[in-house]
Write a protein that binds this ligand. Structure first.
Ligand code: NI
Length: 239
């Protein structure tokens, strides 16, 4: 029996896939990727994510405003996210939301406000959250401790160390590994994978970004997910 996969973090509605999406989805299905979650990064983009999910039975959507675009997270934007999540049965999570102190494309206090507002939206809607966190683990974990949704969530493209992973597990988060786990400089990730129980680990492509090692420099797509999953399994000592 060949394994089946769920790509927990993709951006299939991005312009990078506009020209050949049906081929991309076909290759995903042939690779055993049974389900995919396409994730919004602002209001307009979240609408596109929902529209795409409504066209394909194996694609689900998440709506949210990325920390890079946190300045957009005003009242009207949050209401629109709530409307999308409440009206489409394909919207299964709020994301991606969080903090990015690496690129700092929005001022930190704006990022914090947008993250808190969207966490409270997720609590109200009883949806899980998809958390983006770069070089901001202390603040992100503090904010999550102040209001983790009962539905839980995923720490996407995990980039922390073992101590951060432990705190995520304590909060009830799942830990998601993306293409970087296959890179020769994966640093702390092998230790993290050894720590996290298998039922708390998930995988993602974050496509079109972060392709696994053999495809570095190219566009990523869900069909490459088994490469990342195989590396995680290898580090875990499993098939
Ligand atoms: Ni993403």
């Amino acid at each position: 029996m060949s394994p089946i996969f769920f790509d927990t973090h993709a951006h299939l509605h991005f312009p990078e896939f506009a020209a050949d999406l049906s081929d991309v989805l076909q290759r995903a299905r042939e690779a055993g990727v049974r389900f995919m979650l396409t994730i919004g990064t602002d209001v307009e983009d979240s609408r596109a994510a929902v529209a795409l999910a409504e066209e394909h039975p194996d694609v689900y959507a998440a709506v949210g405003i990325h920390p890079h675009d946190a300045a957009q997270a005003g009242e009207a934007a949050l209401e629109e996210l709530e409307r999308l999540a409440a009206t489409s049965p394909k919207v299964v999570a709020i994301g991606e939301i969080g903090l990015d102190y690496y690129r700092n494309l929005s001022p930190r206090e704006i990022q914090v406000g947008a993250f808190q507002e969207q966490l409270s939206l997720a609590r109200r809607l009883r949806r899980p959250v998809l958390v983006h966190c770069r070089e901001a683990h202390a603040d992100a974990l503090d904010i999550l401790r102040g209001g983790m949704p009962v539905a839980g969530g995923i720490m996407h493209c995990f980039s922390g160390d073992v101590a951060v992973a432990r705190q995520c597990l304590d909060l009830g988060l799942l830990i998601s590994l993306a293409g970087p786990v296959t890179y020769p400089n994966a640093r702390k990730l092998p230790e993290v994978i050894k720590l996290v129980p298998p039922e708390r680990l998930v995988v993602e492509t974050d496509c079109p970004f972060l392709p696994p090692q053999p495809y570095r420099g190219k566009r990523n797509e869900p069909a490459y997910l088994p490469i990342t999953a195989a590396r995680v399994a290898e580090l875990k000592g499993q098939s």
